[in-house]
Design a protein around this ligand. Structure first.
Ligand SMILES: [Zn+2]
Ligand SMILES: [Zn+2]
Ligand SMILES: [Zn+2]
Length: 322
């Protein structure tokens, strides 16, 4: 439906009065109400973007033509005079455009929730969404996220660690889902923990998290720039040799590792160290721009001078663990 023509006044009033005094509006018949139309009503309609065509049905109803899209509509006189009539065709067009802008297609209104419509997302899933949220996403230049696709990603990630996604958490807690372990036991796990496989099965006592993780401190002697990397990994050697993309000719060394019972705890402690260093000694941080592509990471790189400080922080973690 593409009607952007502006309809001229002359065109409207050249239109003959309909046969048998019946107008057809959206496939419904409306009888002409043959009474004079005050000029003030015509002016009010015009000021709001509508041509007043006639009075219909009874003394209250007016037949309007939307000057924006050319559609016909019937609205009570007081809405036209005292308020602002809304053209449903224009609203639908506006919503369709917003849907298109966020990579979706507006299919139909929701049958009983007026604020909702059905949309087909770019992935093919059909979802009910509030119109205003779609329009806000379009205004912000965002895409519409797909819940079904997101749950599929959660499912795939859990499967890597031997868990099946069942659905919403039995507690109803946000950010949690219910999963079934390969042993048959079901439990709620936070989505964030499952992403890392950081969960212990309460049924059989095993799980990927039974494997320890390590906080590590590496020394990497870049040309003219000896640096340290502080991080955590289940396999620090592999991390240093393979994942950081460091040139084979560059001397590297694992200065220290601390075994942690889970990756979750390793990450929490490691992140706490970064926070302390950032707050207390930001000058020890080597910015990405300085080490560039020589190390395949965004951050967590420190000047060699930070070594004493980092060891002290790692001492604290070991002391805490006893
Ligand atoms: Zn319109
Ligand atoms: Zn989807
Ligand atoms: Zn289990």
């Amino acid at each position: 439906m593409k009607r952007n023509t502006s309809f001229s006044q002359r065109h409207i009033f050249a239109k003959p009065i309909p046969k048998n005094d019946i107008y057809s509006v959206h496939r419904k018949s409306h009888r002409r109400f043959n009474k004079a139309i005050p000029q003030s009503w015509i002016d009010a309609a015009e000021a709001k973007g509508f041509a007043l065509i006639d009075r219909v049905d009874n003394r209250y109803n007016l037949l309007l033509l939307c000057r924006q899209c050319g559609d016909l509509l019937i609205r009570p006189r007081n809405v036209v005079v005292d308020h602002r009539p809304e053209c449903h065709s224009c609203i639908r067009l506006r919503r369709s455009k917003a849907a298109f802008a966020v990579g979706a297609e507006l299919l139909s209104p929701h049958p009983n929730q007026t604020q909702y419509g059905y949309f087909r997302l770019s992935c093919g899933h059909i979802v009910a969404r509030q119109y205003h949220r779609v329009e806000r996403a379009a205004a912000g230049g965002h895409q519409l996220g797909c819940d079904a696709c997101r749950e599929q990603r959660y499912e795939q990630q859990a499967a890597k660690f031997g868990w099946n996604l069942i659905g919403d958490a039995s507690s109803g807690k946000q950010g949690y889902r219910q999963y079934r372990h390969s042993c048959g036991h079901q439990q709620d796990v936070s989505v964030g923990n499952m992403f890392w496989g950081d969960t212990m099965c309460a049924g059989c006592g095993t799980g990927p998290t039974a494997q320890p993780s390590f906080i590590y401190l590496f020394q990497i002697d870049l040309p003219n720039l000896p640096v340290l990397k502080l991080g955590y990994s289940a396999r620090p050697e592999k991390r240093l040799r393979q994942q950081l993309g460091i040139d084979g000719g560059i001397p590297t060394e694992i200065l220290r590792t601390i075994a942690m019972p889970t990756g979750h705890e390793a990450r929490a402690e490691e992140e706490a160290c970064h926070r302390v260093l950032k707050a207390e000694a930001p000058e020890l941080i080597v910015p990405k721009a300085t080490f560039g592509d020589q190390i395949n990471t965004q951050s967590e790189i420190y000047h060699a001078a930070a070594v004493i400080r980092i060891h002290a922080l790692l001492d604290q973690i070991e002391a805490k663990r006893g």
